[in-house]
Design a protein around this ligand. Structure first.
Ligand SMILES: Nc1ncnc2c1ncn2[C@@H]1O[C@H](COP(=O)(O)OP(=O)(O)OP(=O)(O)O)[C@@H](O)[C@H]1O
Length: 256
């Protein structure tokens, strides 16, 4: 039996990016990847980002996630122009407003599920531990809190990663191929959890190669000519539940 976390209700942070350009330099050659890319995430919705390998999906997610600087353009989160903030302020914004799920889980092998889930939490340890327990319960891992990643299945590891992504109650979850290493049953379960996360009023960006995964999204963007283009509009007129109030308390901590 799972229980809802008692942490603050999901904030309805808004993430939008405008005019993003990015090139890499490889062997002295400039490789343009993004050109005037725009991205708008909607609270309560899952946005899938698809496109061929090398089309720039991960680059766009990393810039929107404040992990990689753009050459040009802006990312606004919670009304703040994130890339014009100081490094320290931007790191704080990333930690409080964004949660990440990666296809390779990125869990620390020496730590238990509980410790991994609580890792980004920088508040009082007891609070982080309590919230991690609640989140692990919520993702169906109440009986696995003491297991290390090597003692968990791929699907279980990814659910620990989702618990970790939610530990600071972010308004936006950025998931890069979150089901890429999962079997069909685990994929289905992860997608259902991401739907719940969106239904709480969070924005979810889902980078995927899979048409089946993209099919669960409310909106599908396809990387075309170095920018995402809308290829399917909202599947649902409204989120299943209206976003909860934008409580911003207790959102401190360190995201990884
Ligand atoms: N650090 C880097 N240095 C040089 N080139 C890079 C770097 N990171 C990515 N690239 C190149 O930029 C392009 C876009 O990469 P990116 O990972 O964003 O694409 P993607 O659409 O996510 O690909 P995939 O679906 O295969 O993961 C690719 O051609 C890639 O080789």
């Amino acid at each position: 039996m799972t229980t809802a976390p008692t942490a603050p209700s999901a904030p309805t942070a808004h993430l939008s990016a405008r005019g993003l350009s990015k090139s890499y330099t490889l062997n002295g050659q400039r490789v343009p990847v993004l050109d005037d890319a725009t991205l708008e995430l909607t609270p309560g919705r899952i946005t899938a980002l698809v496109g061929h390998s090398g089309s720039g999906k991960t680059t766009l997610l990393q810039i929107a996630g404040l992990l990689l600087p753009p050459d040009r353009g802006s990312v606004r989160i919670d009304g703040q122009d994130a890339w014009s903030l100081s490094d320290r302020a931007r790191t704080g914004l990333r930690r409080s407003a964004l949660g990440f799920v990666f296809h390779s889980f990125n869990l620390l092998p020496q730590h238990t599920a509980l410790r991994n889930a609580a890792l980004p939490w920088a508040g009082a340890p007891a609070d982080g531990r309590r919230r991690a327990v609640e989140l692990l319960d919520r993702v169906g891992l109440a009986d696995r809190t003491g297991h290390r990643p090597g003692e968990l299945s791929a699907g279980e590891q990814q659910r620990v990663a989702l618990a970790r992504a939610l530990i600071n109650n972010p308004g936006t979850v950025l998931a890069d191929e979150p089901t890429g290493n999962l079997d069909t049953a685990s994929e289905r379960r992860m997608l259902a959890l991401l739907r719940e996360v969106a239904d709480e009023g969070r924005s979810v960006l889902l980078v995927t190669h899979s048409a089946a995964v993209a099919a669960v999204a409310d909106e599908v963007l396809t990387m075309t000519d170095r920018a995402p283009r809308r290829t399917r509009s909202a599947r649902r007129a409204q989120p299943a539940r209206p976003p909860k109030s934008a409580g911003r308390s207790a959102r401190k901590g360190t995201a990884r």
